[in-house]
Structures are given as C-alpha cells and as structure tokens.
Design a protein around this ligand. Structure first.
Ligand SMILES: C[S@@+](CC[C@H](N)C(=O)[O-])C[C@H]1O[C@@H](n2cnc3c(N)ncnc32)[C@H](O)[C@@H]1O
Length: 284
C-alpha cells in the first residue's frame, strides 16, 4: 500500500513538472538555497561532510579526500608537474574533508560554497591543521557565474566532489561545467565527480522534492557527462568509476579529469607570478 502511495505521489510530481509553470529548475534552485544556507536543517552536518558528531565519523571524514588527492597526484605525475600549484578552487567545499588534503598542495586554496556555516567550518579545520592559505567565496545558488567572476582564469585545478548530484538539474550542472572551464587558467584541469545513471530507472535524476531527494537530484549517463564536458570546451582525459562507495554508503560515482587546453601549468609558472595568485584574499 505504502509503495503504491509512493509511486502515485512520484507520478504526480513528474506530471506536475511537465506542466507550464511547474516546479522547475528555478524552484529547485530556491529549495536548494533554503536547505544549504540553514545549518538547522535535518542532516545538514552529515550532508555537508562536517567532521564529528552530527557529521561524519572522524575515521570516515579523514579518509574521504584521500582517493581524490591521489587522483590529483597521479595525474600531475603523468603531466610532469609538482606541487605547490598556484591555486586550487574547490566548488562545494563543505566541512573541509578535501581541503585538508588539497590545501597543502597549493599556495592558494579557495573554498566555494552556498553555505556560510560550511565555509566557517572549512576554514576552522584548515586552521586547526596549520593551513593559512584559505580564501572563501560564498555563492548564490541562482547566480554562480556572478558570484565567481573575480576568480576567472585563476585556478590550476578545479575540484568538485559529492556536489554534482545535489545540483538542481543537469542544465544547472552544465552551467557549473562552463564556469569551471572559465575559472581555470589555460593548461589547468578539473577533477569532477558525478553520480552516474545506469539502465535502472531508480538511478535517474529525481527532479523533485529537493530536501528528501537531494543525494539523487541530478545524475548522468557517463557518456552524456563526457559530452557535456566537451560542450563546455573541456578535453576529457580520464574517467574512473566507483560503483560502490563504502565510506559514505552510496553508489555510482564517476570521476572525470577534464583539461583546459593550453601550455602545461609548469610552463606558466613565470606568467603566474605576474598576478601573484598567492595573496590571501577573502571572497565573502
Ligand atoms: C556533500 S557536501 C561535499 C563537501 C566536499 N566537497 C566533500 O567532498 O567532502 C556538499 C557541499 O556542497 C555545497 N553545495 C550545495 N549546492 C551547491 C551549489 N549549487 N554550489 C556550491 N556548493 C553547493 C553544500 O553546501 C555542501 O557544503
């Protein structure tokens, strides 16, 4: 009975979506903003990957960013690059589970988030491990491009994990891909994780009920995301899959490495010194 009720409700929402003026990407963006800007929301700390009680167990939190930083280091090795990089931007930095691994590898680490509380948390955990190269950017869900315009062409690496599935729609995801491309310097690259779709219906984007479905709001077939990256002018170089993610008890993650063509970052080292790229700056 419960299942039938659920199916009817889902069908109702899906029908509503197709009607003119229905819960559109715009209202999902509004719901997303409402959820992430309020730390009193249900499961806010665990959904934002904060460390400790209310968030993720410390053992899980400290492991979360490790495979991501390994991806970065392996790819840098392939390209003959070495740390420190000038700037890493993390889109959706949450409670700093990536930041503690990535910030030591760059002169400037910029954490971007829609949640001011998570930016505070990220800054605090970085301070607690002696990292003082953190800058923050608070973005508005509906205007990411405007929020980030000061960062155009400043990043060597754009990092985004456990975020694309929370975005309001695939179209919004395309905006973030386009923006990632613009935020990178020529020769820079993005590491972006998505949740992928399979042939199973349950793996498709939910598109409704932001709060209850946020972890499955937006998913992509793997080849579709590859093409979307190309639409953003990226050259996709690599994709790796994690069908089961034991750390967060979730599934179907794909990591893409996407390049912005141009000279290798090492060749740009002198050019970088023109704008410094290292000065400590607060974006919010
Ligand atoms: C699951 S946490 C991931 C944190 C971190 N990236 C990690 O891998 O541990 C998702 C984060 O994305 C942020 N977020 C949600 N929607 C966003 C958006 N449209 N733009 C930027 N950040 C967003 C949330 O506030 C939250 O901090």
């Amino acid at each position: 009975m419960r299942e039938i009720f659920r199916a009817l409700r889902r069908a109702g929402y899906q029908l509503l979506e197709r009607l003119p003026g229905s819960p559109s990407a715009l209202s999902l963006a509004h719901d997303a903003q409402k959820y992430w800007e309020d730390p009193a929301q249900t499961a806010f700390q665990s959904n934002s990957h904060w460390k400790g009680s209310g968030g993720l167990r410390e053992e899980v939190w400290s492991e979360l960013g490790r495979p991501h930083v390994q991806l970065l280091q392996e790819y840098m090795k392939i390209r003959g690059q070495s740390a420190p990089l000038e700037r890493i931007i993390e889109w959706g930095c949450g409670g700093g589970a990536n930041a503690v691994h990535f910030a030591p590898l760059a002169k400037s680490f910029v954490g971007v988030d829609v949640s001011s509380a998570s930016l505070d948390e990220c800054e605090n955990v970085l301070r607690s491990v002696g990292q003082d190269n953190f800058s923050r950017l608070l973005v508005d869900v509906s205007e990411p491009e405007k929020s980030a315009e000061d960062l155009i062409a400043t990043a060597d690496v754009f990092l985004c994990t456990y975020v694309f599935e929370l975005l309001p729609s695939q179209e919004y995801g395309q905006r973030i891909l386009d923006l990632a491309y613009k935020l990178l310097r020529p020769g820079g690259f993005a590491i972006i994780q998505i949740k992928y779709q399979t042939h199973e219906r349950r793996t498709q984007s939910r598109k409704w009920g932001y709060r209850r479905n946020l972890a499955n709001m937006t998913t992509y077939p793997i080849d579709d995301f590859w093409r979307r990256a190309e639409t953003a002018a990226f050259t996709p170089r690599y994709v790796s899959l994690r069908p089961k993610d034991n750390l967060v008890d979730d599934e179907r993650y794909a990591y893409f490495i996407l390049e912005k063509s141009g000279p290798a970052i090492s060749e740009l080292a002198d050019a970088h010194n023109v704008d410094g790229g290292t000065s400590w700056r607060r974006y919010a």
